[in-house]
Design a protein around this ligand. Structure first.
Ligand SMILES: Nc1ncnc2c1ncn2[C@@H]1O[C@H](COP(=O)(O)OP(=O)(O)O)[C@@H](O)[C@H]1O
Ligand SMILES: [Mg+2]
Length: 484
C-alpha cells in the first residue's frame, strides 16, 4: 500500500541511500551531551525577548537534536514520497507512510527517540510535507487571530487583541522561505529578490502577506490574518462591549433606512467585523453586491453577489481591480454595494454609487477618526488623478456619506466603537460632522484594563425624521443615556 505514495522510476528507494554524515554529534542520542557548546550555539539564534519561556539547556539540546533529525528526514521524505499521489491519499495512509519512512531512516541514522519525541517528529513532518510546517498548530488554534513573523525565530501571535511571542520557530531563513514559497506558488504567484513582497490567500481563507530579504532586513516578514468562520454578530458585539444597546438600535435604524455608512478604523480594529454585523440589518429582499480584495464578508441575506478582485499574474497581466468590479457592479442592478475596504482609485466610483441611487452602500476605510476618514477620502480622490476643486470634492463626499462609525483597538486589546458620527452637510468649504455616540474613557486599572462607558452626546440625530418616516421611531432618550 505504501508504494502508492512512493516515487516510481529513477528515484532511488530509501534503503539504497547512503547514510549521510550526521551534521552534528549531538544528534546521536546515546552520546553524552555537551551543554555548554550547544547552549552557545543556540544562544546566537534565540531572540532576546524576556517574554520567551526560559528553556533548560537540556530542553534546548533536545529541541536542536529533533530539529536536525527533522531536517534530514524531511529531505528524505521529499525525495521518496510521490508528491502527486499525496493529493489523493487519505490522511491515515499518509501518516502511516511517513512514520514508516521515518522509522527506517531513524534506524539508519542510529538515532534513538522516545515515544513522545517520535510522535512529535511524525506530526511535525506531516505538517512539513502536507501543510505549512511550524505554522500549522498556530493556524489550527482558533484563539489565534493573527500570526506575525519577524524572521525565522520570532513568531508573534495575537490572541484577544494581545500580541505575544510564541515558542514556535522555523529552523532558519531557508526553512521559512520554503514555506512562503509553498504558499505563494499554490496561488500562482512568486516572491524573490525582484518581487520581494506578495499577497496571497491560504486555502482556509486566511490572508497572507510576505516580504522577503533584502527588503526585509532581518529575515522574511510575514503577516497572516486568520479567517474566522464564525463571524461576530450584533448581539455578540454588544455582549463583548464593542458598542451599547442604544448604539445598536441606532445602527439598525441607520442601515435599514439606507444611510451610506463608512466604518473607519486602524488595522485589526474590527472594521470588517463591524461591517459584517451591520449588514444583518439589511432587508432580505434587497440585492446586495459585495466587492473585496479578499472575500471575508459573510452576509446572511438571500440575494448576495460576491466579487473578489484579482492581482496581476507573474507576467503582470490579468489584474481585475476593485474599481473594475465596482464599475461592472453598477451595471448589475444592485440595491446596495458593499466594498470591503476602500483604499484607492475605487473611491470615486464608490462615492458616485452612493450619490446615485445606491443608498445604503457601505465600506470601510483606514483612518483614526471621523474627521480623519473625511481627509482620507479627499486624499484618495486626489491620488486617483481626478482633477476636481477641493470644494467640489468635499461636496461630493458630504452628500455621499451619511455616517462614519469609528472602530478602535484600545491599548488593553479590547475593540470598541469609539464614535458614531453623522455627516450633516457643508458649511462653506467645510464638511460638517456631528457626533451622536462616543466611548468615554474614565480611567485605567492597574492591570491595564481601560475603564469607560458609552454615551450619547445629547444631540438628536440629524436623520431622526427619516428614521421616523421609515418606522424607526427611536426614543430621544437614547441620545442622552450613559451606559456603564
Ligand atoms: N468587538 C470585538 N471583540 C472581540 N473581537 C473582535 C471584535 N471585533 C473584531 N474582533 C476580532 O478582531 C479581529 C480583527 O477584526 P477585523 O474586523 O478583521 O479587523 P479590521 O477589518 O479592522 O482589520 C478578528 O479576528 C475579529 O474576530
Ligand atoms: Mg478588514
Amino acid at each position: 500500500m505504501f508504494a502508492r505514495y512512493k516515487k516510481t522510476g529513477s528515484t532511488t528507494p530509501v534503503k539504497a541511500h547512503a547514510v549521510p554524515p550526521l551534521p552534528d554529534k549531538t544528534l546521536v542520542a546515546d552520546e553524552a551531551p555537551r551543554p555548554s557548546a550547544a547552549a552557545r550555539m543556540v544562544k546566537t539564534v534565540q531572540p532576546k525577548v524576556s517574554a520567551r519561556v526560559e528553556m533548560s539547556d537540556k530542553e534546548r539540546l533536545r529541541r536542536r537534536k529533533l530539529d536536525q533529525v527533522k531536517s534530514e528526514l524531511h529531505k528524505r521524505l521529499l525525495e521518496n514520497l510521490n508528491l502527486a499521489a499525496l493529493e489523493t491519499a487519505s490522511e491515515a495512509d499518509l501518516r502511516a507512510e511517513i512514520s514508516s519512512i521515518t522509522a527506517e531512516a531513524l534506524g539508519e541514522l542510529n538515532v534513538v527517540l522516545n515515544t513522545e519525541e517520535r510522535a512529535t517528529l511524525n506530526q511535525d513532518l506531516y505538517f512539513e510535507v502536507m501543510g505549512l510546517g511550524p505554522l500549522e498548530p498556530l493556524l489550527k488554534d482558533d484563539s489565534v487571530n493573527d500570526i506575525l513573523i519577524n524572521g525565522p525565530h520570532r513568531i508573534f501571535v495575537e490572541r484577544a487583541g494581545k500580541l505575544t511571542l510564541s515558542d514556535v520557530t522555523f529552523r532558519d531563513e531557508k526553512h521559512l522561505m520554503r514555506i512562503i514559497d509553498k504558499i505563494v506558488s499554490a496561488v500562482g504567484r512568486r516572491v524573490d529578490e525582484s518581487t520581494p513582497y506578495v499577497d496571497a490567500r491560504l486555502s482556509d481563507g486566511s490572508r497572507f502577506n510576505a516580504m522577503v530579504p533584502p527588503i526585509a532586513v532581518d529575515g522574511s516578514l510575514v503577516s497572516i490574518r486568520k479567517f474566522k468562520k464564525e463571524k461576530l454578530n450584533v448581539s455578540d458585539l454588544v455582549r463583548y462591549g464593542a458598542f451599547s444597546e442604544e448604539m445598536a438600535m441606532y445602527l439598525e435604524a441607520a442601515v435599514a433606512t439606507r444611510l451610506n455608512v463608512i466604518v473607519s478604523g486602524g488595522t485589526g480594529s474590527g472594521k470588517t467585523t463591524t461591517l459584517n454585523a451591520l449588514s444583518s440589518f439589511i432587508d432580505n429582499s434587497e440585492r446586495i453586491l459585495t466587492i473585496e480584495d479578499t472575500a471575508e464578508l459573510q452576509l446572511q441575506q438571500e440575494h448576495v453577489g460576491r466579487m473578489e478582485s484579482r492581482p496581476p499574474n507573474v507576467e503582470g497581466k490579468g489584474a481585475v481591480t476593485q474599481r473594475d468590479c465596482l464599475r461592472n457592479a453598477l451595471r448589475m442592478r444592485p440595491d446596495r454595494i458593499i466594498v470591503g475596504e476602500t483604499r484607492g482609485e475605487e473611491v470615486i466610483d464608490m462615492l458616485q454609487a452612493m450619490n446615485t441611487g445606491h443608498d445604503g452602500s457601505m465600506t470601510t476605510i483606514h483612518a483614526n477618526s471621523a474627521r480623519d476618514a473625511v481627509s482620507r477620502l479627499e486624499n484618495m480622490i486626489a491620488m486617483s488623478g481626478i482633477e476636481m476643486p477641493l470644494k467640489a470634492m468635499r461636496a461630493q463626499i458630504g452628500s455621499a456619506v451619511n455616517l462614519i462609525v469609528q472602530a478602535n483597538r484600545l491599548q488593553d486589546g479590547s475593540r470598541r466603537m469609539t464614535s458614531i458620527t453623522e455627516v450633516t452637510g457643508m458649511e462653506g468649504e467645510v464638511i460638517t460632522l456631528q457626533e451622536v455616540f462616543r466611548f468615554e474613557r474614565t480611567g485605567i486599572e492597574p492591570d491595564g484594563t481601560i475603564l469607560g462607558h458609552f454615551t450619547g452626546t445629547g444631540l438628536r440625530s440629524h436623520y431622526a425624521d427619516r428614521f421616523k418616516r421609515w418606522g424607526y421611531d427611536l426614543p430621544a432618550s437614547i441620545y442622552n443615556e450613559v451606559r456603564e
